[in-house]
Design a protein around this ligand. Structure first.
Ligand code: FES
Length: 113
């Protein structure tokens, strides 16, 4: 499990326009999270769909729709923007994924306070 300030992974561990799931300690609790990559940028979220409170990757590790433009929940296909986690289509439209602050330093991704 990864704690605050811990290195989550290297940016290059994540394929571009894809995401990597992992477990980290968030606010004292062990949580499933994922980090999505878009080019040189990365975005981290709690792996928890706001619709029915389930893991997004019902197929483990599959966080994106087939064209890899959006994050998509594997249960009822809620579709989320990569950059801000906003649901733009599906049963929880207008709600958002819970974001996690991260920093990228020298190609490594760390949780930020
Ligand atoms: S649980 Fe994610 S869309 Fe329903």
């Amino acid at each position: 499990m990864l704690d605050a300030d811990a290195k989550l992974c290297a940016l290059e561990d994540i394929a571009d326009n894809d995401a990597l799931g992992m477990v980290a300690r968030i606010e004292g609790k062990q949580r499933n999270i994922f980090v999505a990559r878009r080019g040189d940028a990365a975005y981290a979220y709690i792996n928890w769909c706001p619709h029915a409170q389930l893991l997004l990757d019902q197929v483990p590790g599959k966080f994106f729709e087939p064209e890899h433009k959006y994050i998509r929940c594997g249960m009822h296909a809620a579709t989320f923007q990569v950059e801000d986690g906003l649901c733009i289509q599906g049963p929880c439209e207008g709600e958002s994924l819970k974001s996690i602050k991260i920093e990228i330093q020298d190609g490594a991704i760390y949780m930020a306070e």
